[in-house]
Design a protein around this ligand. Sequence first.
Ligand code: PLP
Length: 343
Amino acid sequence: MQPLSQVAGDSLATLPDAVDPLALSLNENPFTPLPTVRSALIAATGSVNRYPEFLPESLRRLIAGHIGVAEDQVVVGPGATGVAMQLLHAVTAPGDRIAMAAPTFDGYPIFARMARLQPIMVPLDEHGCHDLDALAEAAADAKVVVLCRPHNPTGTVESAPAVERFLAAVPSDTIVLLDEAYIEFVAPAFRLDGLSLIQRYPNVLVLRTFSKAYGLAGLRIGYGFGSAELTALLWRMQLPFGMDCTGLVAVAASYDAERELRRRIRVITAQRRYLRMRLRAMGVYVTEGHANFVYLPPARKPWREVFDPAGLRVRHYTDGGVRITVGDRISTRAVLAAVAEWR
Ligand SMILES: Cc1ncc(COP(=O)(O)O)c(C=O)c1O
């Protein structure tokens, strides 16, 4: 079996160890912020006596320039969570329906409740993938339909042609929230061309976040992009002075450090491959995931009995499945040791 250092390719030695390596339930980035990002943040604290911009125009300009869309096609918010809520406030009324997979990212059922929407839950298929025909059918009765790609908790991605067929099947007055919170962990060959999609489907909002690959979960910065007519509806929901002044600084410093960030992403995806390979070698079924976590369906022995004694905080599901964030070397070793003990 190849050691992790070979699978990772890059030198693992230069990366900081995670603080709290057993915290593997929220799909955070295990690595502490880049020194340049941290310095920029410290410098920014010198002016927190001042309000940030009334509306986060500079942040949206920066992001728009980076991803290559017009400024008015971008909205920002406190995490992808904030942007998703802006969307629901902008386009739904209490009692409307929202269609989503079951299970899905824990946030979506909560957001639906907060916006007083009726959720239509569409079970995943036996491979942990969306049942896109059923989801499109549910979307016909809904104001909003959510498609997470990669999906949380399974990490699966549907093929580009399958997504295209899905989008074509969804009525044009249903808004599609295409959640790409984990896109940076997806190999380029599996990514969608979001820019082309939003041109052809004005009802699609692509949702992204700086919480995962960029490692800025504590700062709460997310964004969405879509047709200017759709983003205008969300921009109207932008809370005045709602984004603090550190977000702009952290995003600018992160964009300047893209090379280093990409290296960290490579290390995480290499660890994902390694973890999956070792788990499979121990006879554990692991879903083919594309994000910074692995998903294990229910097994003979409850996963709680495997991971709790090892002090591993992972996300357990009611059906017995478990989602484990890919952390650093220490986390990976701890997960493998817990499973090895059980085998
Ligand atoms: C699929 C998905 N979407 C959105 C989010 C929310 O991210 P944020 O921290 O930007 O609010 C998460 C967080 O785990 C997620 O898994």
